[in-house]
Design a protein around this ligand. Structure first.
Ligand code: EPU
Length: 424
């Protein structure tokens, strides 16, 4: 099993280029089921989750061929009744649920395993089912599978807000079904995340008619047919944000090329409040921190609020800030697996319900730690970069799900980091 060995204490400096967004690419890949022609995607990151989605689509008869330089060509057969998304694949990646909407819209049937449990807490799919049922899909849960059938879906008006706000993949799923439905669909309390916007733009290129992209009210005029198209996936705002936080946390000076200011303003604002300088430069964002960071209260919220996917990384940075910070999680109230591992490195964090109180300490010290999920792993890497001495992070397969060439990119910024194989 691979581990990362980091010797901390060095300021990160220089430029790094962000990859295409995993969470945009995954639903867009699923949208290929809807298209009559090939979908040519550029900027697709080479990640474990992307390969898993490729395998899942393969089970559904879609070919997903990776070409050179981040291009992927996806072709769905014009007629197919393959509709089973098996547990063996679905248990490893939640985004697999995004095939449900396209299967219902295009093939009128689906047998999709409920996606696997995840270390970030409870992740229901009731909003996905609510939206698809509003469009006329019959959906039952049997033996761990969502069994769906329908004739042509019908446009409908629906409210997709849940106890924690909108749902990103829920909106994606319902949107992908509504574009081929008969008539008008209104999705209220739709997710506004840049990844949902990117999916909507691809669907438009395929011939879909969608108004309100980027707003919480999407209005879709169903069409009879969608064709192929070419699209470049947006840059990964969470990867970009991770480098920006790492730059500030190590009191460095890092420029993230490709990072989009409007996608990251919630983070930029937070970095400024902790005392780092953040500026927008020609297609990039630069962060520079000259002194110890200040403490701050951070609350995660749906876009454009501070993203839950950067909560763990920001908490790592706050462990050495001057003063007491409170980090409150409003999207996944149990997403605090990193707290205990950060504690092994000397961080002083007390978890209280859906918040964590962080008492800033002068310095962390390297320790053996274990990655528990994707973003918690990124937080451990940031903590390791800040810490005195050596940190070994095991179970890095979590990181490989979502960060392309992480060690290489960090090394270019001056980090001392290498991958080793721990014989287990
Ligand atoms: N929720 C419901 N019912 C539903 C769906 C969601 O109550 O039917 C709740 C969830 O339990 C959560 C909140 O709504 O409390 C938001 O969940 P959402 O559905 O938006 O999350 P998701 O679509 O499953 C995506 C990303 C996550 C990211 C969240 C929030 C993908 C593939 N995943 O998940 O990314 O944290 O949105 O922004 O797009 C990651 O990349 O590490 C990751 C976990």
């Amino acid at each position: 099993m691979d581990a990362l060995v980091v010797t901390g204490g060095r300021r990160l400096t220089g430029q790094v280029k962000v990859s295409g967004a995993k969470n945009a690419a995954l639903p867009i890949m699923a949208a290929s089921i809807l298209a009559d022609g090939p979908l040519v995607l550029k900027g697709v990151p080479d990640l474990r989750d992307i390969r898993t989605m490729g395998r899942l689509l393969g089970k559904l008869g879609v070919s997903a061929e990776r070409k050179r330089g981040g291009t992927m060509v996806l072709k769905s057969p014009s007629r197919s009744n393959r509709s089973r998304a098996p547990y063996e694949i679905m248990k490893t990646m939640r985004a697999g649920i995004c095939v449900l909407g396209p299967l219902m819209a295009r093939r009128g049937r689906a047998e999709v395993s409920l996606p696997g449990g995840c270390a970030i807490g409870d992740r229901p799919v009731d909003l996905h089912l609510k939206g698809l049922r509003a469009l006329g899909a019959r959906l039952e849960i049997e033996h761990g599978y969502i069994i769906g059938s329908c004739r042509r879906l019908r446009g409908a008006e629906m409210y997709l807000g849940g106890p924690f706000g909108s749902s990103v993949t829920g909106t994606a799923n319902v949107l992908m079904a509504a574009v081929l439905a008969d008539g008008t669909t209104v999705i209220d309390c739709a997710a506004c995340e840049p990844e949902v916007q990117d999916l909507a733009r691809v669907l438009e290129k395929m011939g879909a008619r969608i108004a309100g992209i980027g707003s919480p009210r999407l209005v879709v005029e169903g069409v009879d047919h969608l064709g192929g198209c070419e699209h470049t996936v947006i840059p990964d705002r969470i990867e970009a944000g991770t480098f920006l936080v790492a730059g500030a946390a190590t009191r460095g000076d890092v420029t993230v090329e490709g990072a989009r200011w409007n996608d990251l303003f919630g983070l930029v604002n937070t970095l400024r409040e902790v005392g780092a300088e953040a500026e927008r430069c020609d297609g990039a964002i630069r962060v520079c921190a000259r002194r110890r960071l200040r403490s701050i209260d951070v609350t995660t919220l749906p876009f454009p609020g501070f993203p839950t996917d950067l909560q763990a990384q920001m908490m790592a940075a706050l462990t050495t800030a001057d003063g007491i910070s409170v980090v409150t999680e409003k999207i996944f109230p149990d997403r605090f697996m990193h707290v205990a591992e950060l504690g092994r490195m000397g961080a002083r964090i007390r978890k209280q319900a859906s918040a964590a109180v962080v008492h800033g300490t002068e310095q962390l010290s390297g320790a053996p730690v274990m990655a528990s999920d994707l973003r918690a792993s990124a937080a451990l890497v940031i903590a390791a970069l800040m810490a005195r001495g050596k940190t070994t992070i095991s179970r890095v397969y979590h990181l490989d799900r979502g960060y392309e060439h992480l060690e290489k990119k960090l090394r270019r910024l001056g980090a001392t980091i290498r991958r080793v194989n721990l014989k287990s």
